[in-house]
Design a protein around this ligand. Sequence first.
Ligand SMILES: C[S@@+](CC[C@H](N)C(=O)[O-])C[C@H]1O[C@@H](n2cnc3c(N)ncnc32)[C@H](O)[C@@H]1O
Length: 338
Amino acid sequence: MIPANLERAVYGMYATHALHVATQHGVFEHLTRHNGETAGKIAAALAVDEDTLERLLLVLSSFGVLAPDGERYVLAADVRPYVDREDPRYLMGFVEHLIGNTVDQFGRLGGYLDTGKAESDRDKPTPFEAIYHDDESVGRFLHAMWGLSYHVSHELAALADLSRSRQLLDVGGASGPFSVAALHAYPQLSATVFDLPQVAPHLAMRATEHGLGDRLGFAAGDFFRDPLPAGDCFAFGYILSDWDDEACAALLRKAYEACLPGGRVLIMERLFDDDRGGPLATAVMNLSMHFETQGRHRTAAEYLDLLRHAGFADGTVRLSSGDKHLIIGWRTESESDR
Ligand SMILES: C[S@@+](CC[C@H](N)C(=O)[O-])C[C@H]1O[C@@H](n2cnc3c(N)ncnc32)[C@H](O)[C@@H]1O
């Protein structure tokens, strides 16, 4: 008998594809409204082939996404928020990204193994030139980032306690998932998102949608070439994992120089366990970072080291209940405190 762990690893591909195709054909949308129907009833409501649908539902049941009750298919209670489009934890947009973008990239791993990434990617555009190749792809990427970051940002903003901060500088802040959550929580705070110019209309749309007016501004720039505007709190959400250690050191040093004395930096990232034995999602996304970016995921200790080298003091780690955690470093009041 195949060990259960190996069985799940071997057949995992079926689960991702089944989630994707079920999402595309409205199966989860239907089940969130009419949970616990038979395959025949679901097939009739969605006007799809019953035999094919039932095979799909059986796969989803085997992976624990559905909890069948006799002939009826029921969404597992802990899964439901993640397949419900109306819930902020909705994860199926990310599954669409995995099938739409990530699957095709696996072919590149062979080349990386043979000659190394640098040689294999020699003629490739830089990560964001590739991701932002037209307006539609910018919108798609920013929408996916919003989905991944907005919900957990409420918890991260609370963990950061920004009650005494005044000017948040959200470096690579995208359409503002962290800034928007922080501005909702802290009325004294203003925020500026510093990002590539293509991002501007998407941030403006979120600022209007959330009624934030002048409290949320945008500064267009390239964080490798341009200086960062001043602030007393610098946020790096899913930024450092896009870049190698040298680039991260340069970005953090730039933030240190722009940070007002007594201010701080917030790094918000997935973390590897200290022994890098997991979690699974971090290990998997670490492989994705390899073909989508120039970065990698790190342990908390590695982020604390990067902070220390940039000059930030008193590094602390605060874990959220989700995948994205917080590491804080302080810019002391005077250089002599370092
Ligand atoms: C992975 S997303 C992170 C978005 C957001 N901070 C979050 O936590 O969801 C990376 C962001 O960095 C921005 N970015 C990439 N290269 C940049 C550069 N050279 N200068 C400024 N922003 C950049 C991208 O436009 C994007 O918004």
